[in-house]
Write a protein that binds this ligand. Structure first.
Ligand SMILES: *Cc1c(COP(=O)(O)O)cnc(C)c1O
Length: 398
């Protein structure tokens, strides 16, 4: 198997991926895999999905030449893929609508998911409201308290938020809880994962739903510059926005690709960063084998990032594979570099970026001055930063 894009029949990308599930989840996940294998070949399903992307999400999102930022840096041209302009303000709506449509096609009545920071929960609750599905979001009690505004949003959109009080009361417990409710009730329920992670087919399915980003960007950059970009840059949490941008270019060898992980406060101290590909080791989480930040017992380690959407101890298996093959280079950006990038985009372009996306910007800011002005960098601006302004103001006051 030499494809950079497709998993093998068992759902592996090289040594990563697969399905690592307790017996009670095997049948429910196999049902999702079979349904998706059919849906992806069905032009009717794809047409319905694309119509929602156009009329509900507002796609295609623009590819914008950040002329002020480019001038300020004095090097390669920087283009921004404006996922921040999507309905709900980020790329997550792309795959949530895809998963919601698949659930409906399968005759399910309810979407269930776990969420850490709540961004996936909000995007999924949005899709559920639109499509007339019930929605149940499992969230650790610690996260419920920390992310109160997102809990309010989910409830306003009609979702039920279940607060999980076992163990560390964060994402891991929420995953276990949502999986076990799903296993008990899968006749009526669809499990909707929030990134290109989880057991096969989710990493491939979420990537496919996000790959609209790169298909658009490829067409747009060819229109504007008459050629392919020299480099692509995207932040990597679980990896869905990055794969969304990269997929359409993976077989174009001259296009360099950079995935940016959070170095947090300190890359040398466990618990102070979330640089999974850079420092992780092989393990299983969320039904997949992949690179993880883990303790000696194989439990997911504490992680930190100022961007709550990057605060995940695992990473999508395709990214671990793309690291192994050398096709994508994975780098890090610290909290301080990320805040500086956030401020620079605000001032040079009048765009307030999400802190997640600001990690990608931080690397583009390092890269552009090393490249000549005829070169082209495309940065995935995965989300808008309205959610982050209070936090950034506090950070800067310290
Ligand atoms: C959730 C999120 C991310 C990280 O998730 P990926 O699956 O790695 O894309 C990045 N940017 C924004 C704005 C997010 O909400």
């Amino acid at each position: 198997m030499t494809s950079l894009i497709h998993a093998d029949e068992a759902g592996f990308f090289g040594n990563h991926g697969g399905r690592f599930l307790p017996p009670q989840l095997e049948a429910p996940i196999a049902e999702v895999a079979a349904a998706y294998a059919q849906a992806r070949q069905d032009p009717g399903f794809q047409a319905e999905y694309e119509a929602l992307l156009a009329d509900y999400v507002g796609r295609p999102s623009p590819l914008f030449l950040a002329a002020g930022l480019t001038r300020h840096l004095g090097g390669a041209m920087i283009y921004l893929k404006r996922e921040d302009l999507n309905h709900t303000g980020a790329h997550k709506i792309n795959h949530c609508l895809g998963e919601g449509l698949l659930a409906k096609r399968m005759g399910k009545k309810k979407l269930i998911a776990e969420t850490g920071a709540g961004q996936h929960g909000v995007a999924l609750a949005t899709a559920a409201a639109l499509l007339g599905l019930e929605c149940e979001i499992h969230m650790g009690a610690v996260d419920v308290a920390k992310q109160h505004p997102n809990v309010v949003r989910m409830e306003m959109l009609g979702a039920r938020v279940v607060s999980i009080t076992s163990g560390g009361q964060t994402l891991k417990e929420a995953i276990d809880s949502a999986f076990s409710v799903f296993a008990a009730d899968y006749a009526d329920t669809f499990f909707a994962i929030g990134s290109a992670v989880g057991p096969d087919p989710y990493p491939s399915m979420v990537r496919d739903f996000q790959s609209i980003i790169g298909r658009e960007a490829r067409r747009q950059v060819l229109e504007k510059e008459g050629r392919l970009p020299d480099a692509l840059v995207a932040a990597v949490g679980g990896g869905s926005n990055a794969l969304g941008l990269f997929t359409a270019f993976l077989e174009d060898e001259p296009v360099k690709m950079f995935g940016v992980e959070p170095a947090g406060r300190n890359l040398d101290v466990p618990g102070e960063h979330a640089a999974t590909i850079t420092l992780g080791t092989s393990g299983t989480l969320h039904g997949m084998r992949t690179l993880l930040l883990q303790d000696e017992d194989g439990n997911p380690a504490e992680v930190h990032s100022i961007a709550s959407g990057l605060d995940y101890p695992g990473v999508g298996p395709q990214h671990a594979f793309l690291r192994d093959t050398g096709r994508v280079e994975y780098v890090t950006a610290s909290d301080d570099e990320t805040i500086a990038a956030f401020q620079l985009l605000c001032r040079t372009e009048g765009i307030i970026p999400a802190l997640e996306s600001s990690h990608a910007l931080a690397h583009a800011i390092r890269l552009a001055p090393t490249m000549s002005p005829d070169k082209v960098i495309v940065v995935n601006l995965s989300g808008r930063g309205d959610k982050d302004v209070d936090y950034v103001a506090e950070y800067l006051a310290r």
